[in-house]
Design a protein around this ligand. Structure first.
Ligand SMILES: [Zn+2]
Length: 343
C-alpha cells in the first residue's frame, strides 16, 4: 500500500517551467510507483533517484582479474595495489552499497557483475535486498555455457540484465550466439539486454597496466537494430549515449522503440565531437527520443570512492540548463528504471 506524499515535496521543486499538467502527471507517477519514504529527496530538484549503471566489484571479480598476469598475485593483492577498500563477502559489499545508497537517498541501483562468471556475487546482493538492487551480469555469448548461464541467471538467480561487451569479447552483434541469448531474454518477463558500444575504456585494467585488446568496430549501435527489431519486447540499453557513436546510437534508438540510452560516466567521448557539450547531447536525445528512453546511470564502482555524486549533479544541472520539465526529469532519474525493472 502506498503512502501519500506530502504536498511540500512537489512545491519545493526548483523548476521554473513546470506546467500544471506535468505536475499532476508526475503526482500520479510518483503515487503509482510507491516510493520508499526513506528515499524521498527533499534537498534537490530530483525527488526520487535510481541508478541503472553501477559495478559490483566483488571478491570474485578481483580474483578473476588477478589471473590476467602472473605478477598480480591474488585478488587481495590486486585490491591493495589499487589502494581500494577490500570488498569483503558479497553480503558485506551489498550492505556497503545499501549504506551508500541511503546516504545519497537512492532508491534502487542496477548492479553489474563485471566479469563473466560472477553472477552469484550479484545474486547474493539481490537476494539480500530485492527491493533495492537489480542484478545484471556480464556475459560472453561465445562461450559454450552461455545459454546455460543465462538461463540459470534469469531463472534461478533472479538476475534481470544481460550485459554484452562485443568489442571486448570479439564477436559481431549479428552473430547467432547473440540472437540465441536475446531470444532467451525476450521470453523472460522483465529481462533486459545491455550492449556496450563505442569506446571501451576499462579504468581498472588501465591502472593495472593490463592490455585492452578491444575491437571498437564491433560496438557499432547500428548493429543492434536488426536484433531490436527481431525482439521488440526486449528492452536494449546502450550505455554512455553510445560512447562515441552518439549519432549511430540515436539513429538506432530512433528506429527501434525498445532501445534505451543510459547517461552514465563522465562521457569523455564528447571530446571526439567538435563544439558539442553534454547539454547538447541531452537536448538532442530529448528532441529525438523524448524523455521515456533515457536512463540515469553513474558508472560507480569501487570503494572508498563510492557513489559518483558529481556525475549526478552535473547531469541534474544540464537538465536545469535546458529547462527540462519535471515530467522529463523524473522519467530520466527514476521512472524509466521503475518501468523497465518493475518489482
Ligand atoms: Zn560501466
Amino acid at each position: 500500500m502506498h503512502k501519500s506524499l506530502p504536498a511540500i515535496q512537489y512545491e519545493s521543486l526548483a523548476f521554473q517551467n513546470i506546467i500544471p499538467s506535468a505536475v499532476s502527471h508526475t503526482r500520479s507517477i510518483l503515487a503509482h510507483s510507491e516510493p520508499n519514504e526513506d528515499t524521498i529527496r527533499e534537498d534537490m530538484t530530483v525527488t526520487h533517484l535510481n541508478d541503472i549503471h553501477c559495478h559490483f566489484f566483488s571478491e570474485h571479480f578481483f580474483s578473476v582479474l588477478s589471473r590476467s598476469r602472473a605478477d598480480l598475485g591474488t585478488g587481495s593483492t590486486v585490491v591493495d595495489a589499487l589502494g581500494w577498500d577490500h570488498p569483503g563477502s558479497p553480503i558485506a559489499l551489498a550492505q556497503r552499497w545499501i549504506n551508500e545508497m541511503d546516504v545519497h537517498k537512492i532508491s534502487r541501483v542496477a548492479l553489474i557483475a563485471s566479469v563473466p562468471g560472477d553472477e552469484d556475487s550479484v545474486a547474493t546482493a539481490v537476494a539480500a535486498h530485492p527491493d533495492r538492487f537489480v542484478g545484471q551480469f556480464m556475459l560472453d555469448p561465445t562461450q559454450d555455457d552461455a545459454v546455460e548461464r543465462t538461463e540459470r541467471a534469469l531463472t534461478d538467480l533472479g538476475l534481470r540484465g544481460i550485459c554484452l561487451f562485443p568489442a571486448m569479447h570479439h564477436y559481431s552483434l549479428d552473430d547467432e550466439c547473440v540472437s540465441r541469448i536475446a531470444s532467451l531474454a525476450s521470453a523472460k518477463k522483465h529481462a533486459t539486454l545491455f550492449v556496450h558500444c563505442g569506446v571501451l575504456s576499462v579504468g581498472i585494467r588501465k591502472k593495472l597496466g593490463l592490455p585492452n585488446n578491444f575491437d571498437v568496430r564491433l560496438g557499432d549501435p547500428l548493429a543492434i537494430v536488426p536484433l531490436a527489431l527481431r525482439f521488440p519486447n526486449l528492452p536494449i540499453i546502450i550505455p554512455h549515449f553510445g560512447a562515441g557513436f552518439f549519432r549511430e546510437a540515436l539513429i538506432a534508438a530512433d528506429l527501434c522503440s525498445n532501445i534505451y540510452l543510459d547517461t552514465s560516466s563522465s562521457n569523455n567521448w564528447i571530446k571526439y565531437h567538435t563544439n558539442v557539450t553534454l547539454t547538447d547531447v541531452f537536448q538532442q536525445v530529448l528532441d529525438i527520443l523524448g524523455p521515456d528512453r533515457l536512463l540515469f546511470g553513474s558508472d560507480s564502482s569501487f570503494f572508498p570512492r563510492g557513489w559518483q555524486k558529481p556525475i549526478f549533479e552535473s547531469q541534474q544541472a544540464v537538465l536545469q540548463e535546458i529547462d527540462a520539465d519535471l515530467y522529463a526529469t523524473q522519467r530520466i532519474f527514476y521512472e524509466n528504471f521503475e518501468r523497465i525493472f518493475a518489482l
